[in-house]
Design a protein around this ligand. Structure first.
Ligand SMILES: CC(C)(COP(=O)(O)OP(=O)(O)OC[C@H]1O[C@@H](n2cnc3c(N)ncnc32)[C@H](O)[C@@H]1OP(=O)(O)O)[C@@H](O)C(=O)NCCC(=O)NCCS
Length: 154
């Protein structure tokens, strides 16, 4: 496979990165994500907690994947005394999966989280996303919970 560079996203990545977000979460158009990620790309995330988006870039400068990781004050199953690095989104285009790039993105995210003082990473996945479950477990995550979300109008 041609060389792939893992690096933090920058403002000029906004449009192609928004298309990758849309590929992972098709319920919103790419324009929605372009607007949403603008503050993070500018280094001023809306949340008071730090967030970074890491991208995988091919030699011809095409973005082929991303991982967004944020600091969360707590996460299910984690030590409440420390913030955790939380995987908010993790995606590679289909032609680039299964070649170790997801693992490289995760390693970069873990280095970022360590530098933020984290001692744990956390994540979630839809109950039917078997691929994601397998990859998480291969890369050292353990299942701590399975839950159903509810809502009720007031
Ligand atoms: C999840 C995803 C980002 C992983 O990236 P990837 O580049 O395919 O993963 P890697 O090639 O780095 O593999 C990481 C580990 O998972 C294993 N793995 C990868 N694909 C696998 C598969 N289909 N079945 C079982 N194990 C698999 C690899 O063997 C590797 O483990 P190892 O280092 O012990 O060999 C990618 O598959 C993807 O974009 N999936 C669709 C979107 C998605 O579901 N995202 C997660 C949302 S929670």
């Amino acid at each position: 496979m041609p060389e792939i560079c893992i690096r933090p996203a920058r403002p000029s990545d906004r449009e192609p990165l928004a298309r990758l977000f849309h590929a992972l979460w098709p319920e919103n158009p790419a324009e929605h994500y372009a607007e949403e990620i603008t503050p993070t790309l500018a280094g001023t995330p809306v949340s008071s907690l730090p967030t970074i988006i890491l991208v995988a870039e091919s030699a011809d400068t095409t973005l082929v994947g991303f991982l967004e990781v944020a600091l969360r004050s707590h996460a299910d199953g984690c030590d409440v005394r420390h913030p955790v690095g939380y995987l908010e989104g993790w995606y590679l285009i289909a032609s680039h999966r299964g070649r170790g790039l997801g693992k490289q993105l995760l390693a970069a995210a873990e280095n970022w989280a360590r530098a933020q003082g984290c001692t744990e990473m956390a994540s979630d996945a839809w109950i039917d996303n078997d691929l994601s479950h397998r990859v998480h477990e291969r890369l050292g995550f353990e299942v701590v919970d399975r839950c159903v979300h509810y809502r009720k109008s007031l």
